[in-house]
Design a protein around this ligand. Structure first.
Ligand SMILES: Cc1cc2nc3c(=O)[nH]c(=O)nc-3n(C[C@H](O)[C@H](O)[C@H](O)COP(=O)(O)OP(=O)(O)OC[C@H]3O[C@@H](n4cnc5c(N)ncnc54)[C@H](O)[C@@H]3O)c2cc1C
Length: 385
């Protein structure tokens, strides 16, 4: 944005500057290597943990920052997804989407002993909701947890779980009651529990440096305390948790758009066709006007939502609409950025080429565009009028 944000504060600017310097020196120069290795080094989790980025909304006694700030959460997401390979954000981000239920519902000994280690980046955790049979229709998930003497036994499978291959702890949605949303509960399950196994999901078009896994629960016995939160009321917790994930994906899309915009602009200023630099052709210059407008709109909408969240509100309809707007904008900006590069945009290693391959995971993951439009319509009460 050329006009400065009315929401910027000196503290937030300092946080952004620290993170921007960290990503520029410790992450961006290595992303090609990490993507090829299909992993980030474990120290990255710890270094980011030391910067406090996993600690928002978590009390200090559990290893967190002791405060929350939606703007700063989004600053982190924007810079992490915009570091040159958005898979880096995914590689460390499984814990971020699973922390909410752990902070709210996990037993006190877990919050005292394990949670700080996850927040510091010493271990990873993941959120397991999606199943091979479907991800959009969360209310109909079919992994079953049956009550037995001393605890529960789980049977079923989960799919696409980010961080699933290196997480030590999983927040898992399972059916404990009847059909529909009123029969779902959350469980906190350790990776070495008998009856639990995982297999990597290979052959992805992007996010190569992060892991996604299939999880298998075959007569997986867990103790009574593995049930976190009220029995049969896990659906609401899942939905609330999704709001933070979706907002981070709006900010992430913004970061990815900036990668496309900046690299295409550098190219357009340098590349000459028909005796002129590309940027001097009006048709190309107009592409930048349009890309920049969509970036600014995403940022403005994001900041308005962050402001509302810092007032204690949870504007679910706006978050859903903003995610759809952001991923549609990302699709446009990635496409135009690639077009500006011409043939060079089609080559592996071009920053826009990677973003192009990662557009769809942003548009599908964490609630697809179709599902989020539907959610927004319901939240706004349009269908009931
Ligand atoms: C790289 C990656 C990482 C992921 N990480 C995680 C994770 O960490 N944890 C986790 O739990 N999940 C994760 N997911 C899963 C993700 O959230 C789901 O893929 C997503 O919710 C969509 O579910 P689905 O793939 O089963 O598609 P489906 O639900 O089968 O839907 C298929 C298509 O149909 C559309 N559709 C479905 N129902 C309707 C309808 N009623 N009206 C109109 N259109 C409809 C959907 O929008 C989608 O486009 C990840 C996915 C990917 C690809």
């Amino acid at each position: 944005m050329t006009c400065s944000s009315p929401f910027m504060t000196p503290e937030r600017q300092a946080f952004r500057d620290t993170l921007a310097a960290f990503f520029a020196t410790e992450v961006t120069p290595h992303v090609e290597e990490w993507e090829a290795a299909q992993a980030v080094p474990w120290e990255l989790h710890q270094k980011l943990g030391a910067l406090g980025v996993f600690g928002f909304g978590i009390p200090e006694e559990y290893g967190g920052l002791g405060f929350d700030d939606a703007f700063m959460r989004c600053d982190y997401a924007e810079l992490a997804f915009g570091c040159g390979a958005s898979g880096v954000a995914a590689a460390v981000g499984g814990r971020m989407i699973s922390l909410g239920p752990m902070v709210q519902f996990a037993p006190e000994p877990f919050r005292q002993d394990i949670l700080p280690r996850i927040v510091r980046g010493e271990m990873n955790s993941a959120l397991a909701i999606t199943e091979p049979g479907g991800g959009s229709d969360v209310a109909n998930l079919s992994t079953r947890a049956a009550r037995v003497a001393g605890g529960w036994v789980l049977n079923g499978a989960k799919a696409y779980i980010t961080g699933g291959m290196d997480a030590q702890w999983f927040v898992v949605g399972a059916r404990t009651g009847g059909p529909g949303l009123a029969g779902i509960s959350l469980f906190l399950i350790e990776a070495d529990t008998p009856g639990f196994s995982r297999t990597p999901l290979g052959g992805k078009m992007g996010w190569h440096c992060s892991t996604q896994a299939m999880l298998h629960f075959d007569d997986c016995h867990v103790p009574e305390a593995a049930l976190i939160g009220p029995e049969n009321k896990g659906f609401l917790a899942i939905m609330n948790n999704f709001n933070h994930e979706r907002l981070a994906m709006v900010a992430g899309s913004l970061g990815m758009m900036r990668v496309c915009y900046r690299s295409a602009l550098d190219w357009a200023r340098e590349r000459r066709t028909f005796g002129q630099r590309l940027i001097e052709h009006q048709v190309i210059a107009h592409k930048f006007a349009e890309m920049s407008a969509r970036i600014d709109m995403t940022e403005a909408y994001l900041e308005r939502i962050c402001w509302a969240m810092n007032q204690g509100l949870m504007p679910a309809a706006e978050i859903a609409k903003a995610k759809v707007q952001a991923t549609k904008a990302l699709e446009f900006v990635a496409s135009e950025g690639m077009q500006i590069f011409g043939g060079a945009g089609y080559l592996t290693g071009n920053p826009v080429e990677r973003v192009w391959r990662e557009v769809k995971v942003m548009a599908i993951g964490g609630g697809s565009e179709e599902i989020l439009r539907d959610l927004a319509v319901r939240q706004m009460g349009l269908a009931g009028q």
